[in-house]
Design a binder for this molecule. Sequence first.
Ligand code: GDP
Ligand code: MN
Length: 362
Amino acid sequence: MKLHEYEAKRIFNENGIPIPKGIVTKTKLEDIEGPVVIKAQVLVGGRGKAGGILFADTLNEANSKIESLIGKEVKGEHVESLLIEEKIKILKEYYVGVVVDRNEKNNVVIFSTEGGVDIEEIARTSPEKIIKYPVEAGSEFLPYNARNMLKKAGLSSEEIPKVADIICKVYSAFKKMDGVLAEVNPLVITSEGKILAADAVLNVDDDAYFKHSYMEFEEFKKQEKSEFAYVELDGDIAVIGNGAGLTLASMDVVKEFGGNPACFLDIGGGATREIVKSALLKATARNSVKGAFINILGGITRCDEVSKGIVDVLKEKPELKFAVRMMGTNEKEGREILTKNNVSYENSMEDAAKALTKIINN
Ligand code: GDP
Ligand code: MN
């Protein structure tokens, strides 16, 4: 799960990392103290280049830029809130990162003097400017490890202890939060010689939620509200199943017969009529979606509940094409409901996918 910049900054700050003064807002401001940076709180990198970071010197200018950014999209993400910060005078921009390396089964601390811009670009053009330090699972990342990295990077002996201290704090915040990625890019040295995290990224491991109060984070709240796992894709056939494996297999079958999935939607176990209905409405909400392939293996999920949900949706959207394959608990009742409402079903998932792709591709 990704945290917003303002959330990541708060956590970094609680771990002793200095951050610029700022507030989060969804509306215009009454007052500002000097020049500000207006930052779209969206969960993508490279906001600066995409118009998601704006600057203003006066209250009027700030408010007109706030209005221009709220409700807009930055790299396909809807801007709901903004972080307004004091504008800092930047002398140098460094990159600090910590990432889980799943192949090596360790964490890697990364530092570069070429912060601010695309770190991927630096990795391609001048890989020697990126210093990496792998930390084995169970080992500590110690101040002298950070100092060695910074020596290699060519920092002055005056700067090394200050920056090393921040790197250690980023690492400890990452560990404490069960992070999978932490980044401060840029870590700024201001023209007054202060050190500040001007940007912050923190992605945490969803599976560690029971150890933390992730509930306070925006994305976690959104996930909690949704009863089903949903991934949007760009085809025209919504693919709905119960269980992630079955839903993935359903996508393969749709592809096999020349169709293109519009989404992956797993309604989970024991979905009620209401959940099936809201899942189907979500999966077919976009105009580009022409039909839905529903593949249900009844266990705790009852086929009759699913059929009722399908019929409810067809009452609202009679133009939709459905292909249903269902078997298991209350299969007979489920099929009867579909038949009564003129919804056809097939006995195998192949037949259902074939039937639907034929209708939709014609
Ligand atoms: P990103 O593009 O999503 O990574 O957003 P950042 O928060 O990193 O901002 C992009 C760039 O805007 C930074 O690398 C800085 O060069 C610039 N920037 C951000 N905040 C400030 C600030 O307070 N003062 C100045 N002068 N530049 C800033
Ligand atoms: Mn950045």
